[in-house]
Design a protein around this ligand. Structure first.
Ligand code: ZN
Length: 417
């Protein structure tokens, strides 16, 4: 699976998990079921196991808890009847009576294959294994360089691996006066350049072989790092990945540790850079009039239908969920559009508040429509990639304000018919 496809899936699953993690059983009873089924799990076996669990639940001392467990298991068993085979990465089901007072059911397709089967019944849902899968595993190169030394490390998540230290002999700047001083100075400059060249070669040797290296941060206490980045010392493939320079007080391994602490802000900008590039690609195709773009809701949808979309760019501002809030007591109904990133808070608010008509506390969200998720399902069928673009960059604002937040980069031009 490509990096970009999973960036969208990660984004959507993270939203779902945040919602699921706030759920609690309605009376504090251990009645919320988390069921992890790796691909290849036998559905009849799981069904049998759940039927057995349901039988045991009838003997639970607290009648309320027993009933809640039975309700959760019955709901899962009903849904499993419709499942023939599990998705490639398996399936996770969260189900039970939550603080809403209703049985809620959340099926999640993991982004990576599940490795083990698990059944837990608790007061909350267990999402830890899905969280682990989402943990960012991007790799970055760290490099500290000064006039005569260089050090290299690899950063993966929060884990740093020190790779190598390099030391060249470059004499200090102080020397005798006169002609010999100039000669020494020239010699020193040549040696310093040699050192930076070697530092660049070592960077190539260490970093070029790392697949999907996301970026490189260069640190150091002196101007040498700027000279290194600006000069012709580093392979062009690595130069494109340099994300910035950072002043450090130290060199060597200590300098690397310092660099790691100081570069968190720079590393956070990686996604922004990706987003900028994606929008720039769209704008450049548009400017060159290659016919390889579509914008405007109708045009983009047409391109989707024709399976012509390579990448769909959607502004995060369009990631809105249409909700219907209902009161079962008096049939009060209200429709509201909620930003996906605010949905969890919205849902909690609804659970806490009373019906404005009859004052009942049974207000609940009856129906939701998630436009972006629907687009996601449709693009999965057509092989299009989806990218959610924030409005935290200038390009993201352009996408939202000038293009309605929805554009596509196409595989082939669509001719007017
Ligand atoms: Zn009401």
């Amino acid at each position: 699976m490509s990096q970009t496809a999973s960036s969208f899936e990660n984004y959507k699953i993270k939203q779902s998990l945040e919602r699921i993690e706030r759920k609690r059983s309605h009376t504090g009873a251990t009645s919320l079921v988390s069921l992890y089924m790796p691909h290849g799990t036998s559905i009849p076996d799981v069904t049998q196991q759940l039927v057995n669990e349901r039988g045991t639940a009838a003997n639970i001392k607290s009648k309320a808890t027993g009933k809640a467990v039975i309700a959760a298991l019955s709901s899962i068993l009903n849904r499993l009847k419709q499942v023939r085979t599990l998705p490639d990465n398996g399936l996770v089901i969260f189900c039970g009576i939550t603080q809403t007072g209703k049985v809620e059911y959340f099926p999640i397709r993991p982004v990576q294959p599940l490795t083990r089967k698990m059944y837990v019944c608790d007061t909350r849902f267990h999402t830890e294994h899905l969280r682990d899968q989402l943990e960012v595993k991007e790799q970055f190169g760290l490099m500290v360089v000064d006039r005569e030394s260089a050090a290299y490390a690899l950063l993966r998540g929060n884990h740093m691996t020190f790779l190598r230290k390099l030391h060249s002999f470059v004499p200090g700047k102080h020397g005798k006066g006169g002609q010999s001083q100039r000669r020494i100075q020239r010699g020193t400059e040549i040696l310093a350049k040699d050192h930076l060249r070697r530092a660049g070669e070592t960077a190539s040797e260490l970093f070029l072989e790392i697949p999907d290296l996301k970026g490189i941060v260069v640190g150091g206490p002196s101007l040498a790092k700027e000279n290194f980045v600006r000069g012709d010392f580093i392979d062009f493939r690595l130069r494109d990945k340099i994300m910035g320079t950072v002043d450090t007080g130290y060199t060597g391994e200590q300098g690397i540790r310092e660099l790691m602490e100081k570069s968190t802000e720079i590393l956070k900008d990686v996604r922004y850079l990706e987003e900028k590039k994606l929008v720039q690609t769209f704008l450049s195709e548009l400017g060159k009039d290659t016919g390889l773009v579509a914008y405007g809701h109708k045009e983009v949808m047409k391109a989707m239908e024709l399976v012509a979309v390579k990448t769909l760019l959607i502004s995060e501002e369009l990631d809105v969920i249409q909700t219907k809030v209902v009161c079962p007591q008096c049939n009060y109904e209200k429709q509201e559009a909620v930003k996906a990133r605010n949905f969890v808070e919205f849902e909690e608010e609804i659970i806490k508040s009373n019906c404005p008509e009859c004052g009942s506390s049974k207000l609940s969200i009856d129906d939701t429509q998630d436009f972006v998720e629907e687009l996601g399902n449709r693009s999965a069928e057509t092989g299009a990639l989806i990218e959610i673009i924030s409005i935290d960059t200038e390009e993201g604002v352009i996408l939202f304000k000038s293009f309605g937040g929805l554009v596509a980069i196409l595989r082939y031009p669509i001719r007017e018919m």
